[in-house]
Design a protein around this ligand. Sequence first.
Ligand SMILES: *[C@@H]1O[C@H](CO)[C@@H](O)[C@H](O)[C@H]1NC(C)=O
Ligand SMILES: *[C@@H]1O[C@H](CO)[C@@H](O)[C@H](O)[C@H]1NC(C)=O
Ligand SMILES: *[C@@H]1O[C@H](CO)[C@@H](O)[C@H](O)[C@H]1NC(C)=O
Ligand SMILES: *[C@@H]1O[C@H](CO)[C@@H](O)[C@H](O)[C@H]1NC(C)=O
Ligand SMILES: *[C@@H]1O[C@H](CO)[C@@H](O)[C@H](O)[C@H]1NC(C)=O
Ligand SMILES: *[C@@H]1O[C@H](CO)[C@@H](O)[C@H](O)[C@H]1NC(C)=O
Length: 398
Amino acid sequence: MKSFIILASFITSVFAQNCSLPFGQCGGSNWNGVKCCTSGFTCKEMNVWYHQCVPSNEVVPNSNPVVSNVVPSNAPAKSIPTTNAPIINNPAPQNVNYVASNASSSSALIGYASMNGGTKGGQGGQTTTVSNQSQLVAALKGNNAKIIKVNGIIQLTSDVTVNSNTSIIGANKNSGFTGAGLKFKNASNIIIQNLKFSYCLGSNKDCINAQKSTNVWIDHCEFFNDRNHGKDYYDGLVDFTHACDYITISWNFIHDHYKASLIGHSDSNSGEDTGKLHITYHHNYFKNVGSRLPSLRFGTAHVFNNVYENIENSSVNIRMGAQALVESNVFRNANKPISTNLDSSQEGFVVQRNNDFGNTANTNSITKIGNLNTVPYAYTNDNVNSVYNLVTRGAGPN
Ligand SMILES: *[C@@H]1O[C@H](CO)[C@@H](O)[C@H](O)[C@H]1NC(C)=O
Ligand SMILES: *[C@@H]1O[C@H](CO)[C@@H](O)[C@H](O)[C@H]1NC(C)=O
Ligand SMILES: *[C@@H]1O[C@H](CO)[C@@H](O)[C@H](O)[C@H]1NC(C)=O
Ligand SMILES: *[C@@H]1O[C@H](CO)[C@@H](O)[C@H](O)[C@H]1NC(C)=O
Ligand SMILES: *[C@@H]1O[C@H](CO)[C@@H](O)[C@H](O)[C@H]1NC(C)=O
Ligand SMILES: *[C@@H]1O[C@H](CO)[C@@H](O)[C@H](O)[C@H]1NC(C)=O
């Protein structure tokens, strides 16, 4: 009854504005755009920062309460229900503005993707703007250099293959893919930037599934599903397996999911993976995740200047002889910040320094000290004291 009265009093202003397109953003903390959806779509709260226009007949899985599709543009953001939230012992500052239109974040490529000849994506190629799946698939054909701009959120009905020498870039901070994900197989030289990925339920159930691929840079993207369906309903958000190599994952906002980033899929794949799987994670914001940030087998990882917040089971998981340098990260209510002896038949090796573990330090389990004290590329390591603010403001699409 009360909501009916509120609706009625705002109905005039609602009709005066243009409501968000299918799958567009329609609300969330700090969202200044329109907060209603086009006909046939309903504004659903995906999390406290992001409400999305989804078909009213429930195509996109999510069990959060449905918000009316006629929400006044000046309505306050609804608060998120906390049924699945982990116990918070050490809450971090709440005034997080992760969508930084003016991010202090650098878009220069650093890390392992800068090696092995570097990662230039489609630089020098033709630019094509796409706004639906068939245009995307057509634009992605071939291994010639090409830049694909994604305009708006494209609903994918199946995982889409990305070939070599390709950049896929969001045209604005509300561009990307929902429903399924991207796959790379035997490809090289790929840049994925400024895109939102959500509800990835293609055949891989991953948002990005890369195999036998090299020189990949994933930057300023957002990845999320939900945690309403159990940990195997979706699979990974950003997974690299089968001897992928020279990868950088930077400035992404990765949240509301169970198993985020699997690097090396099996204890029995040493023949293919040993000596490969070099990967850098820097300035990513991991929030409300179960585990695998990353989980690394056999490979080599440099994990620096990331923020881990509300991590349920384990954060950095290094196993099967893998080596990692883990430095200047911030852990807040992140269970098992760093482990070398979880889930596999052999341990991994870690060098850790300058990390801020908050009150979770005593849940580290580093059983083997590694030898990755330096990395073979130049990088700026931000002071750990500035990392929380820098990363929570700068990570995600611009
Ligand atoms: C809605 O869209 C129409 C056509 O693009 C435009 O003329 C009008 O100014 C828009 N209204 C608002 C409130 O943005
Ligand atoms: C970006 O940040 C700079 C420095 O803080 C500020 O002067 C400028 O107004 C900001 N621009 C936008 C678009 O917010
Ligand atoms: C994709 O967009 C193009 C250009 O707007 C349009 O011609 C085409 O019909 C669309 N395809 C689908 C399947 O919606
Ligand atoms: C990618 O581009 C480079 C340089 O233009 C070219 O040599 C190479 O063949 C391309 N890769 C593939 C797989 O075609
Ligand atoms: C992998 O890609 C290279 C370069 O495009 C091609 O020559 C080769 O045949 C591909 N291998 C497989 C197994 O697809
Ligand atoms: C976390 O650990 C518990 C207990 O081992 C397990 O039941 C649950 O599935 C795990 N969740 C994730 C996301 O790994």
